[in-house]
Design a protein. Structure first.
Length: 69
């Protein structure tokens, strides 16, 4: 339920907004990995969730790029 809403929100955004979202998600993933390596991360499932969100963002970007051609 939550993921379909997230994907719908992504599809409504422009390419520039999607790229900004992607950069933010990658920064978050880096910070989560850093916290995990230093044993400061409590919710390790967040890493998996962010990785999947990055994949979703990249998929929407690819769909928009192929639709433009």
């Amino acid at each position: 339920m939550k993921t379909t809403k997230f994907v719908e929100d992504l599809k409504a955004k422009s390419a520039a907004e999607l790229n900004e979202e992607l950069v933010a998600a990658k920064k978050e993933l880096f910070n989560l990995r850093f916290q995990n390596a230093t044993n400061q991360l409590d919710n390790t499932s967040r890493i998996k969730e962010v990785r999947k969100n990055i994949a979703r963002i990249q998929t929407v970007i690819a769909e928009k790029a192929s639709a433009a051609n």
